[in-house]
Design a protein around this ligand. Sequence first.
Ligand SMILES: Nc1ncnc2c1ncn2[C@@H]1O[C@H](COP(=O)(O)OP(=O)(O)OP(=O)(O)O)[C@@H](O)[C@H]1O
Ligand SMILES: [Mn+2]
Ligand SMILES: [Mn+2]
Length: 702
Amino acid sequence: MENENRKREFHAAICHWLPAPPSLLPFLKARSFEREKKSSRPAIMVVVVDPNTCFRGCCTSDTIPLHLPSSSYSVHSPIAKGSESTVFDATLDGRRVAAKKPIVSTSDDLDKFHRELQLLCSLDHPGLARLVAAHARPPNYMFFFEFYESRNLAEKLHLEEWTPSIQESLVVALELAKALKYLHKLGIVHRDVKPANILLDRKLHPHLADFGLAMYKQDLKDISVENWKPSGKPTGGFHKKNMVGTLIYMAPEILNKGVHTEKSDVYSFAISINELLTGVVPYTDLRAEAQAHTVLEMSYTEQQLTAAITSQGLRPVLVQPEAGVPPALVSLLQKCWAPNPSERPSFEKIVDDLQEIMRDVVKTQNIEIHDELSSVNTFNQYQDGIRDIPSFQENLNWVSQGEQLAKEISNIESSNLRPWTTPQNDLLHYQPTLSWGSFATCGRRETMEDTHFLLPQMCNEKDVHAFGIFDGHRGAAAAEFSAHALPGFLQKLSHTSSPSEALTGAFIRTDIAFRNELVLHYNSKRILQKDWHPGCTAVAALILRDKLFVANAGDCRTILCRSGHPFPMTKDHVASCPDERARVIKEGMEVRWQVDTWRVGLAALQVTRSIGDDDLKPAVTAEPEITETSLSPDDEFLVMASDGLWDVLSNEDVISIIKDTVKEPAMCSKRLATEAAERGSKDNITVIVVFLRPVSTAERIY
Ligand SMILES: Nc1ncnc2c1ncn2[C@@H]1O[C@H](COP(=O)(O)OP(=O)(O)OP(=O)(O)O)[C@@H](O)[C@H]1O
Ligand SMILES: [Mn+2]
Ligand SMILES: [Mn+2]
């Protein structure tokens, strides 16, 4: 029955050129595979055009829809009008996008559109303008891009007169270099790198746009020198088809009508970054030199400028180190615009160099703050780990920052190492049989600040499993970061420390790493609000053969159901708990009765342990309390949840709900969360259920 429906939907999609609904995607893949397998047999050719293939069949994408029903988008006012296209403000499925509508009047234009679309479909990098959809059918040809709010770099610099800090400039340079490194790895040269094609998002991260001239290097070789001919256009120069890019950003070899290589992009990159650092349009400050200041408008001086660039080595005025720019950066730019392309570094090298420069800048500018951090930190011994942390990240996106950190940690350790290697007599121990599942809901809140991770068979070890929940407060940043960073640290420490040391270490390091990241962002002015101190509570369970370790900081809770009764594995760390209150006061932080309960510090936080909460450290510590339990056949399941569940359900309620539910962990998790929401929980709710004995999903226990 379901299959029939699918077929019907599939045909509907083909006949009406609709984008494939996600439910069809596996089916579509299976079908094209079928076709491939059979392709050697003679058969009647049925032309089936997959919904995610362009009209001609040359462009395909798994993720980007290439046909849109006209009801799904609307195009508003133009943002920019170029020589070959117009870019419009537009809406696609309710979301703001940029619609680029190229002029398609000849078959060459059409070829060009499809070439650009093919290329765009194959790209996926945070430093590139992201294509979200396309419309590739006559009479409407359009690209829909993610919308970048802060305009292009040229307008930002020269219309808004933006004066970026050195860190902001370095972020733009590094992220742009990474994007170009990515393109070059794919064998693509951009050929039009310039500030007008560098789009900035709200957080001033760059996204390289305009692939109108981008080409596979392979195809460029076919363009021979004989193709050059004057264009005869009033703007002068040559036919755009051959002589591409904007004069002042063009490398001398291009001005000399040579073939564009990766190194020509390197040159344009250097000219653009120098413009970013100086705030000056190339060559416009050469006012003393009679012919130079009009080069931008007057075509006859273009030739003089070209001659000066190619034969006299004329370059824009280099940014001066006195402007606070690291000398290493100045000399890197100079190398990048060397006359001889082979002397220019590759983007691989440029990325490495820029990362090095950034590290130095951050180090010198942050010494004071780092000192302050370490002096108040009771776990200075863990500070060593911090050096592993990259100074700057792709986006101020805490999920990706956590991911990035976890990646860096795992790169450092060889992944062949096994965690907590199995002792010889292992077979004598009880072996629990695990199944796990989770459910998370925003509940009645507007934002979701809970996160969690499921890490069964950690490091490919079949008897080692880790699970965790983070409940963010004052924003989701700490929770988003920790859900990736903490398992990363845990895996790293699993090779060298005991299970409880590894858990403690992972909590502490995650906390320090997160707060250091925040300091970096304050300094780079990406966070303008210096009194923003996000945090999160955390609970993590580690099951190592027959041993259960639960580490907790804050008011998430974990219970074990043993012989039908709940056993708390954690204690809530809240200021209303006398021990915790006394500990916090002893650490020098005020605890006061405010409104309805005891609260810590000016922030009036209810919890007394957490990751983050920089303004309340060290009193509100990230050090977890750890319990260790030997598992036996009496142990049925484990329930971990954020306080959104425990606010309205008792430990006993939770056990009896699970007893009454089909024994499927994800369903149990969902049932618990739903029940809590129905009972009036006002918070986000996250639940993880781990069965410790074999269960049949048909089983019900009444
Ligand atoms: N995704 C986007 N979000 C916001 N603005 C955009 C976006 N894409 C393009 N723009 C704006 O439109 C301008 C032109 O875009 P683009 O360079 O892709 O078009 P073009 O017609 O190829 O221009 P060119 O004259 O450089 O060849 C950009 O400089 C930018 O200001
Ligand atoms: Mn452009
Ligand atoms: Mn263009």
